[in-house]
Design a binder for this molecule. Structure first.
Ligand code: PMP
Length: 401
């Protein structure tokens, strides 16, 4: 039965982490995986999550029953409000629905599977070049023809805005466009607000469907509202759209798989029917979503004091990342490393797209025990005040040689 099953390639990020773990070098660094670390390079359990955990632990009314198919309404509603804004007109008009998903990956998948069944449009789905590797997997997996739109300009180390607009204009009408709401992975380059306006106009002219992927709300700028600007702008223009939300990074709930798919429709009637189909789909795939992580998020988002504390925890995380950007940039300047490095401080979110090439990455891994992906992406949270100088010196060496 199985003799003709081909070997699938290993996942790049998970294999890098395995290589890092097996490495015994004292100065090894893992800047591959996108997970927050403290300055001591330890995983960070948010203090507000610890408080919510204690509340859950002491709540005698809780049991281990199944959740509703779409998740608890208090959770999905709070998640939608978080991304669309507390005064969202679309929410007030009853045009917003949501299902709890298996983190951001599940939100992407549920949205993709729904579109493939019910609203395939041109049958083409456009992802940025480059993007999070799972986008292609997920959308090809449900039967979309996946194409790329230009995004990263290696010369300016910024957004290829014209290339992106050209792709939007040339794509067949009614295509799905995956847009990173903020903190683009892997480049750390986001469109400016003016560029988002141009993107929205071009999308509307071609009747494309915006599918926002939002895995870093609060991480990009430390400001939850600012990081949701692009999504809210599209909703204000009257777009129907999906937003995949992940609470892995902004709550530090990586393993709990707490996510949400928010959908904005034209009418409350459409929303009701869409929700019914989402539930049917969900039932066949996971039956109903896991309770633990979403209960933590639910508690925090629905309590004013805990919500305020969460925002402080988010500021700590985003500021540590910004501090590491500044430190790395300064070391490269001090070393007079050839090339321009201002993109390191200009890019935002968890990652920096350094511009290092695959042969340079190979040397970083083999000679310096620094683990990063071939495309030169680094997770800023893997750097700390104790290793950033070693990292900068290693980069300086591979750039010169
Ligand atoms: N989308 C993007 C762009 C991401 O970077 C990530 C996290 N790596 C995700 C979605 C979802 O991750 P998770 O399933 O862990 O929430």
């Amino acid at each position: 039965v199985f003799q003709n099953v081909p070997q699938a390639p290993a996942d790049v990020i998970f294999s890098l982490t395995a290589g890092y773990k097996a490495d015994t070098h004292p100065q090894k660094i893992n800047v591959g995986v996108g997970a927050f670390r403290t300055d001591e390079l330890k995983p960070y359990v948010l203090p507000v999550v610890k408080k919510a955990d204690a509340i859950l632990f002491n709540d005698a009314s809780l049991d281990h029953e199944y959740q509703p198919i779409a998740g608890q309404p208090s959770y999905t509603k709070a998640a939608s409000k978080l991304i669309l804004g507390k005064d969202s007109a679309a929410i007030q008009q009853g045009r917003v629905g949501a299902v709890q998903t298996i983190s951001g990956t599940g939100a992407n998948h549920t949205g993709a599977a729904f579109l493939a069944h019910h609203c395939k449009g041109s049958g083409k789905c456009y992802i940025s070049n480059p993007t999070w590797a799972n986008h292609r997997n997920i959308f090809e997996g449900v039967g979309f023809q996946v194409e790329e739109y230009a995004y990263w300009d290696p010369v300016t180390k910024g957004l290829d805005y014209k290339g992106m607009l050209d792709a939007i204009q040339q794509a067949p009408k009614g295509s799905v466009f995956i847009l990173h709401a903020c903190a683009h992975n892997p480049t750390g380059v986001d469109p400016t607000q003016d560029q988002w306006k141009g993107i929205a106009e071009a999308m509307r002219a071609r009747d494309h469907f915006p599918f926002f992927d939002c895995a870093y709300q609060g991480f990009a700028s430390g400001d939850l509202d600012r990081d949701a600007w692009s999504v809210r702008y599209f909703v204000d223009l009257g777009f129907e759209l999906f937003v995949a939300q992940s609470f892995a990074k902004n709550f530090g709930l990586y393993g709990e798989r707490a996510g949400n798919l928010t959908f904005v429709c034209k009418t409350p009637e459409d929303t009701k029917r869409v929700l019914s189909q989402m539930e049917k789909l969900q039932r066949s795939e996971i039956s109903n979503p896991p309770a633990y992580g979403s209960r933590i998020v639910d508690i925090v988002l629905n309590d004013d004091a805990l919500y305020a504390e969460w925002k402080e925890n988010l500021k700590y995380m985003s500021h540590r990342i910004i501090d590491m950007r500044k430190a790395l940039y300064q070391h490269l300047l001090d070393l007079k490393t050839p090339g321009t490095w201002n993109h390191i401080v200009d890019q935002i979110g968890m990652f920096s797209f350094t511009g290092l090439k695959a042969p340079q990455v190979k040397v970083l891994i083999e000679k310096y025990h620094i683990y990063l992906t071939n495309n030169g992406r680094i997770s800023m949270a893997g750097l700390s005040s104790s290793n950033v100088e070693y990292f900068a010196k290693a980069v300086d060496d591979v750039v010169r040689n």
